[in-house]
Design a protein around this ligand. Structure first.
Ligand code: HEC
Length: 186
């Protein structure tokens, strides 16, 4: 029994030191411009969803989705988020493939998550990715406004759609039958 335990301990030590050696000798890649393998993506995404499920408070949006607030949300999005998540011109961001993992393109593939989930991702960011925590850069009010906008991309009221069209020259995206935040990488 004692030898067995010793064997387990030594195996773990070898694995640990091996892992450290791989890292410190420079065998791990640093480049962000490659596509994460399918398996890695699947595991990371379910881990992220499970973690948000566990950590995020179930808040309801205190900002009413009036035309004015949604237009504010659209402006906040354009100024702070479009560079990574794609602009109101309905094109993927030029940085779409420049992050590891890549940023979801939230205009062409709108989120179908509840607002508490979106707000939590915006407020606290997502660790080990390019997604910043916005709680020091945006007011609470503004984070809720951009959340309201993002959760209604496909069902914006007519006045907000008009504003979108007028300010960009491009109409909001039509309802995407596939939906889903991550479908752009499949
Ligand atoms: C510097 C690039 C960058 C900027 C700027 C940025 N994000 Fe992100 N964001 C990312 C990346 C990368 C991810 C993907 C994280 C992942 O794969 O888990 C992400 C993920 C998200 C998610 C999570 C989606 C999900 O699957 O749950 C939301 C919501 C989001 N961003 C909203 C925003 C909003 C709103 C802004 C602006 C206030 C913003 N982001 C600004 C890079 C960015």
């Amino acid at each position: 029994m004692r030898n067995f335990i010793l064997g387990v301990v030594i195996t773990l030590l070898v694995l640990l030191l091996g892992g450290l050696a791989i890292a410190t000798l420079g065998f791990l890649p640093t480049n962000a411009d490659s596509v994460p393998p399918k398996m890695e993506r699947r595991i990371a995404m379910s881990a992220m969803d499970a973690s948000m499920e566990r950590h995020a408070p179930r808040l309801t949006n205190p900002v009413p989705p009036t035309d004015e607030n949604l237009i504010d949300g659209m402006k906040i999005y354009t100024m702070n988020c479009a560079g990574c998540h794609g602009g109101l011109d309905n094109k993927p961001s030029p940085l779409d493939r420049s992050f590891y993992p890549p940023p979801p393109q939230l205009i062409i593939y709108p989120l179908d998550d509840p607002e508490w989930h979106i707000y939590y991702a915006v407020r606290t960011g997502i660790r080990y990715t390019g997604m910043p925590a916005w709680n020091k850069a945006l007011s609470d009010q503004d984070m809720w406004k951009v959340t309201a906008f993002l959760s209604r991309i496909e069902k914006l009221p007519p006045a907000v759609q008009d504003y979108w069209k007028k300010s960009t020259g491009v109409a909001p995206p039509p309802v995407n039958p596939q939906g889903g935040e991550h479908s752009h990488h499949d």
